[in-house]
Structure formats: structure tokens, C-alpha cells
Design a protein around this ligand. Structure first.
Ligand SMILES: [Zn+2]
Length: 342
């Protein structure tokens, strides 16, 4: 097993890349994820969270295939954020690429069937090769292109739990979808627990873990000089977010994660959400207010003894839905997930 420093020396990146908290990847899969990891072995419909009994579930077992079909024909939209940082949007989660003489740094890899479109879009940015890929969390729509990007030359970095979850079958209860473990080529090659800092292409790139947020594997990525932050799926801009409670996600962890991002942002920071359009601090603050409002209301319902079904039926987000229920998550599903996580 090579350390990343050894890897980078071989790939010519050491001059500009320094590591903090770097360490050899020798994580034994499965040691630190407690919740629901083993649920991948449970056949659909036989567990306590079956779609019939759980108002949080919007069953769509074909979701991965639907996304793969859509991604095969997707056109990548490229938006220049700074002279060296670009936003690339297609069917999967939002992708960011930083370019420069050290090589390309990519944040998230999209859907595997759309990777050739992404590779074409990257080639148009500059002549340097892809060197690093950061995964914001384990979800399929952010990591499905990992193996292809690794074969393009990317060394993959993620939070510990991203590798652990990708190494084993996963069950995503909210959509009733089973994901098999991924190939070795798709696994992160270096992982970290809390924070990691890279110096790449004349910028400082901070990777910060936000525990128990959208999942238990989330990080946000901040370009210090570029003044750009990729929030991963802490932020669905303009819509109710998915909280993957089966992967350790919680509403309060999401709020804490958003607060961490807000503390680092100023009025000019370009903030890339995991899904939805490019945003800024004001938009993220409005999203935070919505999260806090819903969490407070659902907490009161739960404290008063309402069941999750009764809490959903009370429609505590009715006055918010016109603005926030525009994504693919229904208001009732969001309420049920918030309830579950409190
Ligand atoms: Zn996600």
C-alpha cells in the first residue's frame, strides 16, 4: 500500500502538495459504522422499514438504473467560478474541477454512464491530467464514476465512512434501493476522519467532515484562495434535502454542518450545493432557517407524543412547501426523515 505522498511523488505533484493529517490507508472495512450497514443483506420488503409501513420511504428500487440511463445522454453544463475552478453539472451530484499545473482536482465523479461526457468536459478546461478525486460522501450519484476517474489517473480521497460504506452492500431505506459493494478501483485510496488539507494549484483546499449530517460520511470542500465551497449534500439548493437516516444522517447534524460552512463563507463566496443551482451565503442562510423551522416543528410534534404517521399528517411544512417542495423529495418524506432522526 502506498501513502498518498509516495503516490504523488511518482505522479509529480509533491512540489505543490503538502499533507496534513495524511496517513496510510489501512482502514479495515466495517469497524466504525454502526448503523444499518448490514442491512444490505436483508432482502427487499423483509425489514422493519418496508415501504408499506414507513412514511419516509418513496420506493424506487430502479433509481440507480434510471440515473444511469439519463446520464448516458446528459450534456454537461460548465460554469466558470474563478480562473481555476469550474462547476460541471449533469445528471448526478454537482461536480467541481480545479485546474492548474499540478493537474486537475475533481470533487465527485457523477454517474458512471456519463463519465465520458465528464471526461470530455474536463479536457476542454486545460491540458493537464486528472490527478485527484475527492468524494463528498458515499452516495451513488457522487461516486459511481470513481472507477473510470481512477483509470483516468485520479487518486481518490474521502472520509473514512465513504470507503467503508462503498466496500459493503448498502441499503438506502428512503428509496428502498440496494447497492452492491463497488470494485476496488472505485474505492477511495486514502481516507481521513475529521479534516484534511491539500495545497494544490496554488490554493489551500480544506476537506472537513460534518458528522451525522446527510450521511455519516459527508465532507465539504473549501478552496481558501478561490473562495469557493462545495457543500456536498449538506445543501440541496432551493429544496428539501434528503437525510439518509439509514446511513447515519440527522437533521441536527445537517444544521451543524451548514453552520460550519456559513462560518467560513462571506458575501462573495461561491457555494456549490450537492444538488441544485450555484448558490451564495444568503441562499444557504435561508435554507438553514428552513431546516431549523422544520426541525423545531417536528420536534414539538414528536415530544407531544405524535407518531411519525401523525406528524406527517399534521403537515407541519404546509406553509413552506410552495418554496421548498420542488425537488424530488416529497414534503411528507422530508418530515418523516426529520422525525426519524430526532
Ligand atoms: Zn447524497
Amino acid at each position: 500500500m502506498k501513502t498518498r505522498r509516495q503516490f504523488l511523488m511518482q505522479s509529480g505533484m509533491t512540489a505543490a502538495v503538502w499533507l496534513t493529517h495524511g496517513r496510510v490507508l489501512a482502514q479495515a472495512a466495517g469497524e466504525s459504522v454502526a448503523q444499518n450497514v448490514g442491512a444490505g443483506q436483508v432482502p427487499p420488503g423483509t425489514n422493519a422499514s418496508s415501504p408499506q409501513s414507513n412514511p419516509a420511504v418513496q420506493p424506487n428500487p430502479d433509481l440507480p438504473q434510471q440515473l444511469r440511463t439519463a446520464a448516458a445522454d446528459e450534456k454537461i453544463r460548465t460554469t466558470k467560478l474563478t480562473d481555476t475552478i469550474f462547476l460541471l453539472q449533469g445528471v448526478g451530484g454537482n461536480v467541481v474541477c480545479q485546474i492548474g499545473p499540478d493537474g486537475k482536482l475533481l470533487i465527485d465523479s457523477g454517474i458512471s454512464t456519463g463519465t465520458h461526457h465528464l471526461v470530455d468536459a474536463l479536457a476542454k478546461l486545460d491540458e493537464h491530467k486528472l490527478k485527484l478525486l475527492i468524494n463528498t460522501h458515499w452516495h451513488f450519484d457522487h461516486t459511481d464514476g470513481n472507477a473510470e476517474m481512477h483509470s483516468e489517473g485520479a487518486f481518490i480521497i474521502a472520509q473514512d465512512n465513504t470507503r467503508i460504506r462503498l466496500s459493503k452492500p448498502q441499503y438506502m431505506a428512503v428509496y428502498d434501493v440496494h447497492f452492491p459493494s463497488v470494485s476496488d478501483a472505485a474505492l477511495p485510496q486514502e481516507t481521513f476522519s475529521e479534516t484534511e488539507t491539500l495545497w494544490v494549484n496554488n490554493d489551500q483546499v480544506d476537506l472537513v467532515h460534518t458528522p451525522d449530517a446527510h450521511t455519516d460520511s459527508d465532507i465539504f470542500v473549501r478552496f481558501d484562495r478561490g473562495n469557493v465551497i462545495h457543500t456536498g449534500d449538506l445543501w440541496f439548493n432551493g429544496m428539501y434535502p434528503l437525510i439518509d437516516t439509514g446511513s447515519g444522517g440527522t437533521i441536527n447534524g445537517m444544521i451543524r454542518g451548514v453552520d460550519q460552512v456559513l462560518a467560513l463563507a462571506d458575501e462573495r463566496t461561491k457555494i456549490v450545493p450537492g444538488h441544485g443551482p450555484l448558490g451564495d451565503k444568503g441562499a444557504l442562510q435561508r435554507y438553514r432557517e428552513m431546516l431549523v423551522t422544520v426541525a423545531d416543528r417536528v420536534e414539538k410534534l414528536k415530544a407531544s407524543g405524535k407518531t411519525v404517521e401523525e406528524a406527517v399528517a399534521a403537515a407541519p411544512t404546509a406553509d413552506l412547501d410552495a418554496v421548498w417542495a420542488k425537488g424530488n423529495l416529497k414534503a411528507g418524506t422530508f418530515v418523516a426523515l426529520v422525525y426519524e432522526s430526532l
